[in-house]
Ligand binder design. Structure first.
Ligand SMILES: C[S@@+](CC[C@H](N)C(=O)[O-])C[C@H]1O[C@@H](n2cnc3c(N)ncnc32)[C@H](O)[C@@H]1O
Length: 217
């Protein structure tokens, strides 16, 4: 069960690993990678060539998921402090993922390149709403026409939580950083629409998560 306690445990364990230069590890990635893969297999077509992942975290999703899409160039990105850990996962895999890109939203420029897929997992509730808006704005300018913008994580609907565990998780997030928190689906759709993205599909995922699909016009 992917609940608040396991998320807190993951954060702490990662901190210890990074401090001791061990490869970072997230147990929630192991739990959610196959449900995410199933949705990606529905969405990713042979025509798709280049995926940019935002907030790759440990790099586990990238090395696991990218192997199922050999036609894709998968680019990881995250803040500078995460890049060494991502590289450790890439080096230990036989994937063809290139070195992770440094991309801290509101600090760095959007990674150069031509991307027809953008994927991000568990990031919109971690960064502030301003960061989310900034990423959407940059993506609206930078992504290719018909690019898919794919977002995995917890969301509220009409400002209501979908579960008690999400409500507890949101409280925990806000105690830690008042600018973080679970985002409202309707606000996100509005922001995406204003930046050339059309809402396409909302997949229900295990542990009260969602997988949202938007397409650029
Ligand atoms: C909860 S982790 C999710 C990691 C991974 N995607 C996963 O699902 O396991 C949130 C990630 O967002 C990244 N992040 C937070 N603020 C960011 C920012 N301003 N720009 C880019 N990435 C950011 C963090 O560094 C972290 O890797």
């Amino acid at each position: 069960m992917e609940n608040i306690n396991s998320k807190i445990r993951d954060c702490y364990a990662n901190f210890i690993r990074v401090m001791s230069s061990e490869k970072p590890y997230s147990s929630s990635c192991d739990r959610n990678r196959d449900p995410i893969l199933k949705v990606l297999q529905e969405l990713i077509r042979d025509k798709h060539k280049s995926l940019l992942e935002i907030g790759s975290g440990t790099g586990q999703h990238a090395v696991y998921l990218s192997k199922h899409f050999p036609q894709l160039n998968w680019f990881c990105s995250d803040t500078a402090d995460k890049l060494a850990g991502i590289s450790m996962w890439i080096d230990d895999s036989n994937s063809n993922i290139k070195d992770p890109l440094e991309f801290e939203i509101m600090k760095d420029e959007f990674p150069k390149g031509s991307y027809d897929l953008l994927f991000t997992a568990n990031t919109f509730h971690i960064m502030s709403w301003k960061h989310v808006q900034h990423l959407i704005n940059l993506s609206g300018k930078a992504l290719e026409p018909e690019a898919l913008f794919l977002i995995y994580g917890p969301f509220n609907y009409d400002d209501n939580y979908t579960s008690e565990s999400n409500e507890n998780f949101d409280q925990w997030l806000k105690d830690r950083d008042p600018n973080s928190g679970i985002r409202n689906f309707e606000d996100l759709v509005e922001e995406m629409n204003e930046n050339s993205f059309e809402f396409k599909k909302d997949f229900a995922m295990p542990a009260n998560n969602r997988f949202l699909v938007f397409e650029k016009h």
